[in-house]
Each structure stands twice: as C-alpha cells, then as structure tokens.
Design a protein around this ligand. Sequence first.
Ligand code: HEM
Length: 388
Amino acid sequence: MPSVTDRYVPLDATILRDPYPVLAELRASEPVFWHEGMESWALTRYADCVRVLRDHATFARDPRRTGGTVAEPSLSVQSLDPPQQGRIRSLFMTALHAQDLAAIELRARRLVLGRLEDQADGEVFNAVSEIAVPLSVAVVADLLGVEPPPYAEFAAVSDAIMRSMDGGLDPSVVEPGRIARQQLSDLVESWFAASPQPGLLARVRASATGGDAHTRLYVKNTARVMFQGGYSTTAAAVGNAVHTLLTHPHALRQLRDRAVLATGVDELVRFDGPVQGTTRIAVRACRIGDVDIRPGQKVVPLFAAANRDPEAFTRPGQLVLDRTPNRHLGYGWGPHSCIGTTVAQAALRALITALNEHPAHLVPVGDGVRRRAATMRAFDTLPALLHR
Ligand code: HEM
C-alpha cells in the first residue's frame, strides 16, 4: 500500500471525486508534507494555513522577493506583496464598495430564473453550461460595467487559463493556456480603449489616471484578474453548490429562511469550495509543525484540508447551513484574501433564491463529471432536470 503522501495525487480520479478522506488522513498523520509533484511543502492544518497566509513578511506571494521573476502581464494585486500591493488593493476595494451589489444580485436572480424557464420540463440539461457559466459571466461583467462576452466562448478561454495553472503537473496544458491568456488580454485591452461605462472599471480607471505607468499597468492587470479569476472561481463555486444542494435533499428548503441563506452561502464554500489551495514562498528559514522550511521553498496551504479540520470546525464533514462562526479559508485569509467575496456571496444567494422561486424542482441525473484540475475543484458537466 503506498504511503498516504504518495496517494495525494490531485489529478487522480479518486481525488477529483472526493479529496477529503485522503486530506483528513494526511492532516492526522503528516500534517506538513513534501509534495513531489508540486515541489512544495503542503499544509493541511487550519492553524498552519492561517499562519502562512497572515505572515506575508515570511511567506511571499511575489517571487521577486526570493530572486525569481514575474512576467509584466502577471504583475497585479495577486502577484505583488504589501506594501506595494495594498495601494492597488484598496483602489479596487473602494471601487467595489461603490457598486450597487443588491441591484447586481437582483439582475443575477432574474437571469437564473430566465435560464430555468428556458429548460423544457423533464429534459436533461447541463447545470454548468446553462446556469453556472452564464450567471458568473453576467455577474462579473455587471460589476465591472462591461458588455458580457458570449458565455460559451468566454468559458472556453477561461477554462484553458485555469487548466494551465496545473502546468507543473501536466505540461500539455501550458501552450493552450498561453493562447487563451492573449485572447483575454485583447478583450481587456478593448475595454480600456473604449469609453468607460458606469461600473467598477470606470472608477479604477479614473483613480489611476494621472498615476505613474506602473500603477496603470497594475490596474489593467488586476482588472483582468478580477474578470477571469472572479468568473472562474464563481462558476466553479456555483457548480459545486448546485451539486451539494442536489445531494442534500432538505438544504434548498432550509435556505428559504433568510438567516440560513446568509450563513448557508458561506457554508457551501467551506463544505466544497472551488479553490483547493494557494502558494507562498518562504523568504527566510522557518519551522512549521515538525518541519524546517528553507528560504526559497514553496509552501502550499491546502484550503480544502483546512476547511475540514476538526480543530477548527465542529462536525467538519457535515453541511451545517446555519454554521456560525464560520471562519473558513475558501476565500483565503490575510492581505491576499478574496476581493470579490461579497460579489460571490451575492451570486450564490441569487442562485439559491431563483432555485427556490422556480415552481419546478431541480433533480440530479447521474454523477456529473469533475474537471481534471488540481488548483480548482469544479464540474465540467452536471446533468440535472426540472421536475414539476
Ligand atoms: C465563490 C467565488 C470565489 C472564491 C471561492 C474565491 C476565492 C479566492 C481565494 C481563495 C483567494 C486568495 C488566493 C490567495 O491567497 O492566494 C482569492 C483572491 C482574489 N479574488 Fe476571489 N474568489 C471568488 C470570487 C471572486 C470574485 C467574484 C472576484 C471579483 C469580481 C474575485 C477577485 C479576487 C481577486 C482580485 C483576488 C486577489 C486578491 C489579492 O491577491 O489581494 N474573486 N479569491
């Protein structure tokens, strides 16, 4: 029998189906372990993950702090570290707070209801392409104040970028990822070339005008990250949420209660969230658990493992829709935590409210197909039908 560390092969069919049992074994037996494929120290304990995410002085996001390089198009809020990152981050946060999220949520709810109306009674459809993709493209475009690109075309571009994040584990995804990134850049360039429409993009553009060339570059790159990253994580989260709701028969009914809806959208992300982990680089020697980490080594907090840590959550393997507090790591933690959390929460509420408002019930048809991706847990297809 291979050791438990050897059994954590993120692209393996068993792990794609259900990573949680192996992650639980790792947390119990070897909570900080060297992962050969990722060439990183992987962390499975909640407390270790939080420590790394918080301590940006020791654990860098920006590879240049340990002598690495970052390509110019990748310099964004995501790749910079404080204090440089803080300026760009607060520019985007301020612009986001100025948007009418309630109106965005209402439009998103109407969109989901419309998509459900379009499905013929009793006919099988793919909940990913018919609900998760349109909902997520529409919400992020609405937030930024841009025309939504054609749903399926944009999903294909974004999927190629997302898959290329696993380039270390699967080199064949690198080139399609490069081409897709160029297509995305062209799309974002076209928004910056056009006259601004009301929305987040107009605000950050206005704030960056008059700033130096670096600031303008970071703003453009961050807008790209927001659109593609925001879309791909939300689409994956919506797909996972639909699956969880379909496999927990009383959940949708419970979520009719507004208080349960408010906490439930977070529990859905804790229970089976899309982002499996993230990477930091140790800038100096340090120790996590029993392990000595050398400067320059990569450290990967595994959110999927931390979110089911019994030291941090009671009944971690159960869906507890009214769980409070619920300080899960599905949106990260610390200076790089998700900028779009409130937007994602609005999208998930829109989904659930629309499913509850629609007169027919959504019913699963078979298991669905999990995406072959390590960084992002998602479905490629999730067959369902509406039953009156
Ligand atoms: C359910 C949906 C979402 C999930 C689960 C999610 C998750 C995450 C996570 C885990 C991080 C931190 C990664 C790290 O520490 O390395 C992150 C960062 C980020 N997210 Fe999200 N996200 C979601 C939706 C969105 C949306 C809708 C937007 C924007 C419209 C967005 C924009 C960002 C940005 C810009 C960052 C980088 C922040 C920084 O580095 O300072 N996300 N997200």
